[in-house]
Each structure stands twice: as structure tokens, then as C-alpha cells.
Design a protein around this ligand. Sequence first.
Ligand code: 26Q
Length: 818
Amino acid sequence: MINISETAHKPNLQSTEPDVLAAEIIDRLTYSVGKDRSVANNNDWLQATILVTRDRTIDQWMESTRETYRTEGKRVYYLSLEFLIGRLMRDAVTNLGLMDPMREALKSLGVEFDVIAEMEADAALGNGGLGRLAACFMESMATVGVPAFGYGIRYRHGLFSQRIKDGWQQEYPETWLEHGNRWEFDRRESAYEVGFGGSVSFEENGEGKYTWHPAERVIATAYDTPIVGWKAERINTLRLWNAEPVDPIRLDAFNRGDHIGSLHQSNRADALTRVLYPADTSEAGQALRLRQEYFFSSASLQDILRRHHQQYETFDNLPEKVAVQLNDTHPAVCVAELMRLLVDIYGLEFGKAWELTTGTIAYTNHTLLPEALESWPVPLFEGMLPRNMQIIYEINARLLKSARNEHGASDDAIREISLIDESGERRVRMGNLAFVGAHSINGVSELHTDLMKQTVFRNLHEMFPDRINAKTNGITPRRWLTQCNPGLTSLISDTIGREFQDDITLLKELEPYADDAAFQEKFAAAKRENKVALSNLVRERMGLSISPDTMFDIQIKRIHEYKRQLLNIIEAVSLFDQIRSHPEKDWVPRVKIFAGKAAPTYHNAKLIIKLANDVARVINADPTVRDILKVVFIPNYNVSLAEMLVPAADLSEQISTAGMEASGTGNMKFALNGALTIGTLDGANVEIREQVGEDNIVIFGLTAEEVAEKRANGYDPRELIAGSPELSQALRAIASGVFSPDDPHRYRDLVEGLYSHDWFMVAADFDSFSEAQREVDALWNDPSVWRNKTILNTARMGWFSSDRTIREYSRDIWNVPL
Ligand code: 26Q
């Protein structure tokens, strides 16, 4: 027998010596990438470096898994149709504590870490805030020590890539897997069957048993990525599902000569995990979307139940050992699917299964917008998931009976509570299903949670008054300070020591330096360095020169009417007018920077992008405002671009119509990096004001209550516009084609919308916004005042760490001791 010594062929995975790392990189380059050093290109070096980094996660990854098993710890499963993780290398290398030696190792091989890091594909498996939150949570769960799995879909094409052609958005397929994905392990042994369609039969033996006979089946196979927590104390798993045909080529059909028909099944499976839906509100009733939701919900629950049963051989303790967190309603079908698996597959009694289901599931709501609340036409749902539909009817019957008999609900209340919307075409309400199937329903900021209780879930809240709770969002300070802003990070370390990296609330210790002239200089110098880097990017990508000595005023987020990019653009137009009328005045030089994608089917959002580009073209070409005002729309906003923009911002635009932005997380990233916020009292802006202090944020506009009041009692935008000369003039210019001479009527309908209904109350907030902007100018004009405020922002933003958010979820929702 051959005796294999344990260490014989193992690289030294504990060493942080650069020469050991360099040797491992060469090894991987040679034996895994298959390239000789002399011909390797930067992409080959990147692949080898990722593999070396990944190797260093394995031992601790396995140890984390073993420990949870050994201690019978509770596992948290975060189910999300989106994980907007961006690039992973900087994250993993920093958290493993390998940044300096890795840099040096690569340098000794003639390779620049920053150059190859830039080449990594940006995994854009999400639309925006909700997907990025899931990514921050994954990192924080590993950091604070929660045994967690993320479950989602391994889309072969993430969010479309955006190009701007003649000012218009164009969508191109995104290809993050082009060079393969060296982070993931493909786990062919973890595979589950997921069914669709067909019929349900019933056998009357004893209690009776329902059997689903799906017409179609696909196989879900798992791909695992290690998620490294700070200092690699814990490493968790992100498990993404891929759909494969049960029978790749149906040989019978193939042999009959039906070469195309034989591929039908394969194509149906293939389509399931091909693309991420590029909408950030639900687009009514797309069958493929429901197939995706069910596919990943079912595969994840089967995996969870298998793991649980293997360890405990019972489901009686499911709620003590398993927490399933639903990221919005996208996985809400889990409520019915967990019931189906427990009742039909594992043979539990319906009532018992319901107790276990509600004890296990919790639901996070991210929106109050009526058009964003998911619902599915009953015939579509029933055709695709007949057994799940039966279970939903059964849950609904029990729910409505209890509402009437035990809670004395009125007919109106019953209509609102029901899982079936009967106001028009009958639809399954996924928000209500998630609510009744969960023991906890949380909002993502204090304000949003209050509004949930008063609006969408008013009746359900009355029936279950203890279920709704607030969990204000957070961001991971590793990515959104340490990694994206190394200049500021080293200044902070030099000033208060490195401990803030273990406990971000220690940033508070910067407060005494807010008035220190020398520190102010250094703080401003770090900001300037980031602005220079952004200016270079803008020059290289767009051929436009912007000066790092002007104020960088930035609005980056999905393009949506409620986020009011339009308000910001109109204000820029008005400012442009005023500067041209009074060029002699002492104007504060600004660059207004926009970036963001519009849902491809959202007409007005795409028109707003065109307007930003039209306005930019005219303003940037005007000699009177040169050096005072510039407008830039940077194409293809994604996580990596945000990592350049956030550290370079002086002013952060958070200007949504009050009551409409559930939380916002970009707002937190900017303030943490020392930008001042101009914003409405919406979402987490309210709490940012509480933390940083009202002197250190610029608030304007109607409150959520005032917005609701105006809506209820009649709102007349026409009158308001008439009363504001600045607004009238700017709107006239836009509507008459000043910015669109090639098509003078391009913006007629958009502007007419403001006059006729102005649902997002741009007119109501315009004057207040414009005054607030002049207030910002005044602050900027006194550098010591400005610097004082921006330093206090950084010092006081520690509370918004997603570590704090995750600790709250662990304590209040998951019951996971830390
Ligand atoms: C649903 C059905 C069909 C197709 C698409 C969708 C869909 C996809 C994505 C619906 C919504 C989303 C994304 C929503 C989102 O990002 N919401 C944001 O969540 C953040 C994290 O909580 C908040 O900070 C933001 O305020 C909220 O807008």
C-alpha cells in the first residue's frame, strides 16, 4: 500500500510569506490554468491568483461547516433571487488578511494586483439595492459568525450591460462567465428534481394523500462559492442553482430523427436560469419569472430539509434549527412549497406542518409601491403549480375563517387579508402569502416599517400585531470603506488606530478631529485623491475633462420616477439659466454626475436618461458656464463603478418622494465616505439625520405625511409651477426643445405629465430643493465648515454597518446566539 503523508503535496496554506504565495501562484498557473509563465497574460494571472485565494478558504470553510454540525447550531438560509456581489477578489484577499503579501508576491512575478483585480468580471446577479443588500448580508453573516447559506440562481447572464448611443440607453447581454468562474465549485452530487404543470391525484386511504404528477421536470444542480468573513473567522456558502434537463437529449426522439424536437426539454431547462429579469418592480404575470421563483425555492427547500433530516431525523425541531429568510416576495412560494414537502413528501399532518412552516419562515419587505407588489393570475399559477395552488386555497380558508370568527374582521378587511385578490382577474397575492406564512415580517427602515403597518399590511397587522418589526438596512464597511477607499482608511488608521476595522462604531473616535485643521487638510486630501481617480476614469471612458477641484455632486441608483432624477436634472437646467443670466456672480463650480440603468420596458425612465444626456451635451458645450457647471452621465453603472464613485463624492443626492424609498443603502455608502447628503425625509435618510446630527445633513421637501395628505386632498401641480418662475422657465426650455433641437417635442409628454398629475411631486419640492442646493453652496464656500461636517459624517456612520443589522436579525428574528 502506498503511504501518503498528509503534507506531501499540500501547499503551505497557513503561510503569509510572499515567496510562498508566489510559488503557489506559479503552481496554479502551470497546473490549473495550463499556462507557462513566459506566455501568461493578465487574465491567466488573475485566474491563478483567484485559485490560490480560493485554496486558502477551504480549510476554514470546512471547519465552519463541521462546527455547526458538531454544536447543532441553528442555520440561517437567506433566499434571494438576486445577489449583486460584484468582484470577489479584493474582498476575499482583504478578509483573509493577505492584501500586502499578495501584492508583493505578484509584484515579484512582474504583475500588478490592482491591474488584474480590475479584470475580474463584476457578478451583476441583481438589479440594485435588494440584491446588493443580500451581498452585504452574506459578508456580514460570515463576519459576525452566523452559520448561513445564501440560496439563489446562477444566471448565465446577469443584469444587462448598458451603453449610451446618441444619449439613449441600449441594452447588451452581460457575460460574466465568459472566462469561467474560478470561485465556484460545481456540486453535481447536490441535485434535485423540480416539477411543473401536470395534475394532482388523491387516494382515500386513512387520512388521504395527494400526489402531484408533474408534466415537466428539470434538475437543479448546485454551484457553491465561499463567502469569507472579516479575518476569515467564519466562511459561509453562497449556493446558486443551475437548471439542467432530466434527459439532455431525448434519445427516443433523436433516434426517430426528430433532432430539433429532442432538444425541446433541454431548451426549456436552459431558459430557466439564463437571464435575470431586468426590472426592479414586478412586471405583471411573466410565466418564466414564476418558473424561476418556484425552481429556486423548491430546490433550496429540498436541500434544507435533506440536510436537516440527515442530521436530526425529525422535523419537530425545524424552527429551532432552521431559519429561512425571504428576501422580498420573490421566494414567497416557499410558504406553499415547504407545506407541500412536509405534508406530501414527508407525511406530516397539515396543522403540524403549518406550525413548523410559520416558525421557520421570515419575510423582508422592500417596497410599498403598489405596482411592485407581486401577484400572479390564478390560472397561470394553477396550471404551473397545481398542488401548491391547492395548499394556498387551504391556507386561505383557514386564514379567512380565523379572521372572521376570532378577529371579527369586516367584509372589507376580509377582502384585503385574502391570499386571492378578487377585485378583477383573480390573482394570488404573494405579499399576503409571505406575511401569513412567516413569524416575522420586517421593513428595512423605521419609516418604511411604520408605513407598512398603515398601508399595505394594515389589516394583516391588526390581526397579527406582533409580527411586523423594523430592521434598518446596513452596508459592509469592508467593501464600502476599507477596500474602496484605501486612502481614507489609512488616514483613519493613522489617527485612531486599526481597531475600527474590527468595530466600525469606533469611527466615533474621529469626532475630536473634526475641528482639527491639520486633520481636515488630510481628510480633504484623501477625498481629492479619489476625485482625481474618478476624473481620470471619466476622461478615459468619455473623453470629458472634469476638475477635481469642483464639487462632485452625484446621483447613482436605478432610474425611476420616484427617485426623482428628473428633479435633479430640472434643477441643473434652472441653475444653468441663472448662471447664464448672472455670469458675474460667485457661483460654486459643480459637476453633476449621474449613473444608473433603466428597466428596458420603462419608457419614462429611458427618456430621463436621454434627457440627462441631452442636457449634458448642451451645458458642457456652453462657454459661459464652462468651469462652473458640467453634467455627466456615466454609462453602465454597476458595483465596480460605485466603488469608484462613492469615495469621490462631495454631495450625495437622496431626493426620493417622501414615503417611497423603503430605505436606500447608497445613501449610507456616501455618508460613510465623507459626502454630505442632500435629501428628503425618506427611508433611512431619517435615521442618517439622527445619527450624523441635523446640522450635518441638508434636508428639504415634503414629509411622507404631507405627501399623503396632499394626495388625499387634491394636489394641483399646475398652480405650483405657475408660482415658481425658476421651475416654469426650466420646464418651458425642456418642453420646447432647447435640449432636443433634433426633435423639439421629445420631452413634451414628460413635462406635460408634471403639469397634469406629477405623481412624484417634483413641482411641490422644487423650490425647496433649489434653496437647499444654494445652502450646500454656502457650506462649500467655507472649507473648514464643510470639512467639519464631512468628517462628522464619517465619524457617526458606524451604526449603518450591516454587521449591526445582522446582529439585530439574529437576536430578534432568527434567535441565533452570537
Ligand atoms: C419582481 C417581479 C418580477 C420581476 C422583477 C421583480 C423585482 C426585482 C427586483 C422587484 C423588485 C426588485 C428590487 C427592489 C429593490 O431593490 N428595492 C430596494 O431594496 C433596497 C434594500 O432594502 C432598499 O434600500 C431600497 O429602498 C429599495 O428600493
